[in-house]
Design a protein around this ligand. Structure first.
Ligand SMILES: NC(=O)c1ccc[n+]([C@@H]2O[C@H](COP(=O)([O-])OP(=O)(O)OC[C@H]3O[C@@H](n4cnc5c(N)ncnc54)[C@H](O)[C@@H]3O)[C@@H](O)[C@H]2O)c1
Length: 448
């Protein structure tokens, strides 16, 4: 075979070199930490769906202990104890828990519109705070929280738990290694196709003004008569929630931030979408997509985020498209696929030329590339997965406890959490105002 023949064939040989290297990642042994540091005594405010999940995850972290819970719906006092698997004082009024000196920290898992109030009260009582995502319900809320945490010199962690995942650590390592080449395009999606995925959550039979402290729920929200739909399905309503932006975009933007190291608000956001199926009186679209511009030292990064509540063809995934390869992060895997960037004679452009021109083109190309291309292209796909049952929320809680003991900021601190939340608010601003949303750092506001 002449070198000419080889060059002609090399493009079709690319796939032949591909191979898969699969690795199972090992989680940290949290039980082994029991002997280190002081045990953190925490109380939790909000013991609904997420609060109970936090308590279950916290059981895996022996360096902390739940010593009290507050919730506005009475039956959830029992749900909290079941989730934790033990007893502790419960109340509707979290302030009685914050008064207790032995309490180190507060886990905040209320509806979004009360994150600010509970966080500011916790900080004022001298407690460290783990606040569920999205950190804020508005830009003003987020800025007030950043300010209060800083002034109170508290440890704060926002609750996008993927930031502490061993999967995301692997993705960050691959990204930082430079093996992706230049990355300017990131695509993030998270889809669902069920009523529960669209927040049509159960309303318990015992829900009433006697079992629910409605007045406390509508603090910092417009006054209304008791409405169990608003209480149990608050994600549908802008008074308490930020819709898909605050529920799902925030996880993906936090993922992009931690993997790329970009800790900043986007500069621009352009959204589209619509409310197509769940026309049940909700305020938010059930399909939302946003293109963000992020400033970056490599010239810029576009992040395309899209969430569909009427199709689940591909679940949670973030794809990073680099000049040397592609990395895809899903709920339980990271895959890195390098691209063949070795120089090749590209015959396509010579179609429509004469045979003599094409032959001359190849002669020139061969002269410019005297070394033969590698006979086997190093095209190994790497895949990393987590063991079945791995719980990144337990790792996130463990990071919070470690930070409290060490008095050191976590990665997803108030500034990081605020940046991700601003991205969510920009998505909604663009969607509802039908304009490009821009972040004005000088005034710290979103402008149209
Ligand atoms: N990190 C994640 O993966 C994740 C998953 C789900 C929800 N979340 C977040 O967790 C938070 C809670 O969501 P949810 O699905 O559990 O909602 P939920 O409605 O099931 O529970 C919220 C609970 O907060 C309580 N609450 C509200 N205000 C309170 C107050 N002032 N004092 C005491 N209790 C109060 C309510 O009584 C309710 O039981 C939200 O911010 C949500 O975005 C995060």
């Amino acid at each position: 075979m002449t070198r000419r023949d080889f060059v002609r064939m090399s493009a079709s040989a690319v796939a032949a070199g591909a191979a898969m290297k699969a690795t199972m990642l090992a989680p940290a042994a949290l039980e082994a930490e029991a002997a280190t540091g002081r045990k953190i005594r925490f109380v939790i405010v909000g013991t609904g769906i997420r609060g109970c999940d936090l308590l279950k995850a916290a059981r895996q972290v022996p360096t902390g202990e739940c010593v009290g819970a507050a919730d506005l719906y009475k039956t959830r006092h029992l749900a909290a104890k079941e989730a934790w698997g033990g007893d502790f004082p419960t109340t509707r009024d979290y302030r009685t828990l914050f008064e207790r000196k032995e309490v180190d920290a507060v886990l905040v898992a209320t509806s979004d519109h009360l994150h600010r109030r509970v966080t500011l009260d916790a900080v004022a009582a001298g407690k460290d705070v783990y606040c569920e995502k999205p950190m804020s319900h508005s830009v003003a809320d987020g800025l007030a929280m950043v300010e209060a945490v800083k002034a109170g010199n508290r440890i704060f962690q926002a609750g996008s738990q993927r930031v502490s995942s061993i999967l995301y650590a692997k993705a960050r390592e691959i990204y930082a290694s430079g093996r992706l080449g230049e990355v300017h395009s990131i695509d993030a999606q998270w889809n669902r196709n069920s009523p529960g995925g669209a927040w049509v959550y159960p309303i318990p039979a015992d829900a009433s003004p006697q079992t629910v402290d409605w007045d406390r729920f509508i603090q910092d929200a417009p006054a209304r008569p008791f409405d169990p739909v608003r209480f149990f399905r608050w994600r549908l309503f802008a008074d308490y929630s930020s819709g898909l932006g605050g529920d799902l975009f925030v996880h993906m933007l936090s993922g992009v931030q931690v993997i790329t190291g970009l800790n900043t608000a986007p500069t621009r956001a352009l959204s589209s979408g619509g409310l197509y199926h769940f026309k049940d009186g909700r305020d938010f679209p059930d399909f939302l997509e946003t293109i963000y511009d992020y400033p970056s030292s490599n010239g810029g990064i576009q992040v395309h985020v899209h969430c569909n509540q009427n199709n689940n063809d591909a679940d949670e995934r973030i794809s990073f498209f680099g000049s040397n390869g592609t990395m895809v992060v899903t709920g339980n895997s990271v895959t890195f696929t390098p691209q063949d960037v070795a120089p090749h004679f590209e015959g396509y452009g010579w179609n429509g030329m004469t045979d003599a021109q094409r032959e001359q083109g190849m002669d020139e190309w061969l002269a410019a590339h005297p070394a033969p291309p590698p006979s086997v292209i190093p095209n190994q796909v790497e895949s990393y997965t987590v063991p079945h049952g791995y719980n990144d929320t337990a790792d996130h809680i463990a990071n919070f406890y470690r930070a409290i003991n060490a008095r050191q900021h976590v990665v997803e601190d108030e500034v990081f959490g605020n940046h991700a939340a601003i991205g969510c608010h920009m998505a909604n601003y663009s969607y509802f105002n039908r304009t490009i949303a821009t972040w004005d750092e000088a005034t710290k506001t979103i402008k149209g």
